[in-house]
Design a protein around this ligand. Structure first.
Ligand code: ATR
Length: 276
């Protein structure tokens, strides 16, 4: 009998996870299927208990469920610190994980960029910024969080200071902050489809030794990344973060090495992009 895997969220129609994981299962010859289910916050508890009762092999959580899950699952220490869960192993005591930060770290590693001891400027202070800043602080990066609402940046930096070095600020001195950074990470929605002309910074703000990582994957090349290329900086898009967060979930559930290239090609195909 097939083992069922799932992503829960609302809205859920546009999730890439079913295509990515089903491609991996097919490639690996595993008798498994991955489906998307629309689940709201009020139904999350019942949905997870149901998934466990029906022997689901694994569950991913997306908006608006990642924070609520902390009240239901047994979160591992990193997910508990981040305050959000994106991966649940129902068969293992309903253990919860957050693989978003490790996805970001691996995406940068793929581009030859190591976060250890790097000066990382994270713009934005929402859920994605939280996962990335905790992971990178854990990996010995020196972190500055800059956000439109300065208080959110300072609150997040204070939380992250429990695991590493972090400092919070507003956006007023962004140009100076970028001049002092090795890695710039955009976690805001600026530049995301359909607002593709928006950007947190332009080429005049950047330098050639900078790595610019935009976690957006629609479009694949945001205005920010175009500006990075003009400045001679290294540009990294959000596709591999999406792929690696899924690959880490796959590894947690199945205990085998995930076929990352197959997962990446499935995502690129779903995005309508050319394979590299
Ligand atoms: P997610 O959980 O996906 O990270 P979020 O919690 O909605 O999303 O966070 C979005 C981030 O983008 C926030 O840091 C937000 O800044 P505020 O905290 O000030 O709201 C940032 N953001 C959104 N639109 C922005 C804009 N026009 N200019 C600057 N920052 C913006």
């Amino acid at each position: 009998m097939k083992t069922v895997f799932a992503v829960f969220g609302d809205p859920i129609e546009h999730s890439m996870s079913p295509k990515m994981h089903n491609a991996a299962f097919t490639y690996m010859g595993m008798d498994c299927e991955y489906h998307a289910f629309r689940v709201g916050r009020d139904s999350l508890h019942d949905a997870l208990i149901g998934a466990k009762a029906m022997g689901f092999g694994g569950v991913n959580l997306t908006v608006p469920l990642k924070e609520e899950a902390l009240n239901i699952v047994d979160a591992d220490p990193l997910a508990a610190r981040i305050g959000a869960v994106n991966t649940v192993d129902p068969g293992d005591g309903m253990r919860g994980y957050n693989t978003d930060g490790i996805g970001a770290k691996r995406a940068l590693a793929d581009a030859g960029v190591d976060v250890a001891n790097a000066r990382v400027l994270i713009v934005g202070a929402g859920g994605a910024a939280r996962a990335i800043s905790f992971q990178f602080a854990n990996d010995s990066a020196n972190i500055t969080i800059a956000n439109r609402t300065e208080k959110r940046a300072c609150d997040l930096a204070r939380d992250v200071s429990s695991v590493g070095t972090a400092h919070g600020t507003g956006l007023a001195n962004l140009k100076d902050l970028i001049a002092q950074a090795d890695i710039l990470v955009n976690t805001t929605t600026l530049g995301m489809h359909p607002n593709t002309d928006q950007t947190i910074a332009t080429s005049d703000d950047m330098h050639p030794d900078l790595t610019v990582f935009d976690i957006i994957y629609n479009p694949l090349e945001t205005r920010l990344l175009k500006e990075a290329k003009i400045a001679g900086a290294t540009a990294v898009n959000g596709v591999m973060m999406l792929v690696y967060q899924g690959a880490e979930a796959f590894r947690i559930w199945n205990g085998v090495e995930p076929p990352v290239d197959v997962m990446r090609d499935a995502v690129l195909e779903a995005l309508g992009a050319q394979k590299p």
